[in-house]
Design a protein around this ligand. Structure first.
Ligand SMILES: Cc1cc2nc3c(=O)[nH]c(=O)nc-3n(C[C@H](O)[C@H](O)[C@H](O)COP(=O)(O)OP(=O)(O)OC[C@H]3O[C@@H](n4cnc5c(N)ncnc54)[C@H](O)[C@@H]3O)c2cc1C
Length: 454
């Protein structure tokens, strides 16, 4: 049971660093608890939905998992409808596409489970417009956050510098939330104040993304909305193809462990032809490219263990990618940011004292699930650098069987889809009705039947 905060324990103002998904959603939650929220963003937040410098990943395929959509819809009712009104597409997963993983195609059936497909800039724009006009919230763009102001064990404000004229200012606040993404500020600012910094865990995957956009034709992917190709060891090559607004496909080729997809059109096509399914090569055949290719490199999944810190200042916390960022092919980052904004609200109900430690402990539990899923799956590749305990090996053996069964068994496919969308707990994969089918799925079947490479 939570107790209502005593007068004076409720914060009056908050400052959020970063107007990415984590910062915007945190600001939306904070607006329920404080009179004034200022979101400080270094980029210009121009109207419209173009990629921007501070979010370079915005040029690449983004998929909002079912749980993320559910949470954002709860915080910003009408979010999905607004994305769709602007051209986003609501599609049934797995019914409206093809998913190749574990060396086979996931059963295609209508689950009634809708996922929204749209570019990252559009998703962010809809969230930004709604949060920016929320009572009590102000977005302050073209401003760098440069450090914290603290006294007597408590952060009392944020030092900022305006980009256009270098004007410096301190924004006083009862709470400063750092949602600046993977930048070092989240821990650097703690160190500047003389506090210990969190331990960092990393799993090196050396992933390269090359993304191109194409005009969509009605017959592409047999009328489907997406194609996901997850590399099965020893393969290192994968692909994510998603429908997006504007009648376009966003096509990302991915290479793990130094495998680098080419950016030029011919090389891009040849890489697509080397995948175990023909679907993407067929789509690219005669497809009209739109714009230039983009390249991104992602060295590895990282997790900062803030929950282990005993000595943290009051009035300052960190969320989003600044706590954890995962191999992007699993599409979890925005959903985790959304979950953390819910947690923030729950912990704010209990007042300010002790908020950072309570928040970090709760966030660690949220992060555990996607982290374990992403890292365990990546560790199947022998070249991926990370600790492989007995638990990892057992879990992988179980999931390999489950995925094998999910090619033809709807119960297993459904369990897999819901867990991967972070809608169901991974523990649901151990329910007797699922586990008994996983055992059967381990029995040998005819190999190679799924391959659609021609
Ligand atoms: C290639 C790629 C593909 C991805 N695909 C998916 C996907 O399909 N689905 C998914 O859910 N997630 C995906 N992600 C992850 C997702 O983008 C992030 O997890 C999510 O956006 C949350 O990020 P964030 O808001 O914490 O940080 P960011 O999105 O990095 O935002 C940080 C913000 O802080 C601002 N900022 C930084 N420093 C300062 C400062 N000092 N002062 C002022 N402002 C500052 C930046 O300009 C930026 O606007 C992908 C990531 C990558 C790299």
């Amino acid at each position: 049971m939570t107790t209502a905060p005593a007068p004076g324990e409720r914060p009056g103002s908050a400052v959020v660093v970063g107007a990415g998904m984590a910062g915007l959603l945190a600001a939306r939650t904070l607006a329920d608890h404080v009179a004034e929220v200022v979101v400080v963003e270094r980029d210009e937040l121009a109207p419209g939905s173009r990629p921007r410098r501070g979010v370079p990943q915005g040029r690449h395929a983004h998929l909002l998992l079912g749980r993320g959509r559910e949470v954002i819809e709860g915080l910003l009712p009408g979010f999905t409808g607004e994305v769709v009104r602007r051209g986003g597409v609501l599609a049934d997963v797995p019914g409206d596409g093809r998913i190749l993983l574990g060396g086979g195609l996931l059963l295609r059936y209508r689950s009634g489970f809708d996922v929204v497909f749209a570019s990252r800039p559009l998703l962010e724009q809809v969230v930004r417009e709604r949060v920016g006009s929320w009572p009590g919230v102000r977005l302050q763009d073209r401003t760098d956050a440069v450090g914290l102001v603290a006294s007597a064990g408590r952060v009392t404000g944020l030092r900022t510098r305006r980009r256009e004229d270098g004007h410096e200012e301190v924004l006083a606040a009862d709470l400063v939330v750092n949602a600046a993404g993977r930048s070092p500020s989240a821990v650097g600012w703690l160190a500047d104040l003389g506090y210990p910094v969190p331990r960092q865990e990393s799993v090196g995957i050396d992933l390269t993304y090359v993304t191109r956009t194409y005009r969509r034709r009605p017959a592409d992917l047999d009328g489907g909305s997406f194609l996901l190709v997850s590399p099965e060891p020893p393969d290192l090559r994968g692909a994510t193809v998603l429908v997006r607004e504007g009648g376009l496909w966003i096509v990302a080729l991915t290479g793990l462990l130094g495998e680098r997809p080419p950016e030029d059109a011919d090389g891009f096509r040849r890489f697509a032809e080397s995948l175990p399914v023909r679907d993407l090569a067929d789509l690219l055949d005669g497809a009209e490219p739109v714009g230039e290719p983009s390249l991104a490199h992602f060295s590895g999944s990282t997790r900062r263990r803030f929950e282990e810190l005993r000595d943290v200042p009051e009035g300052y916390l960190v969320c989003g990618d600044a706590i954890s960022s995962f191999n992007p092919v699993y599409g979890q980052g925005m959903t985790v940011a959304a979950e953390e904004s819910l947690l923030l609200g729950r912990e704010l109900e209990r007042g300010l004292p002790g908020l950072p430690r309570r928040f970090y402990r709760a966030a660690a539990k949220v992060v555990d699930v996607p982290w374990t899923m992403a890292v365990t799956s990546d560790l199947r590749h022998p070249g991926v650098r990370g600790r492989r305990g007995v638990g990892t090996r057992v879990l992988n053996a179980y999931v390999v069987r489950l995925v094998r069964g999910a090619r033809h068994d709807r119960v297993l496919a459904d369990a897999f889809v819901r867990t991967n969308n972070l809608v169901a707990s991974p523990l649901s994969l151990l329910r007797p009705s699922v586990a008994s089918r996983v055992v059967l799925a381990g029995l040998p079947r005819r190999p190679g039947r799924w391959r659609s490479r021609r």
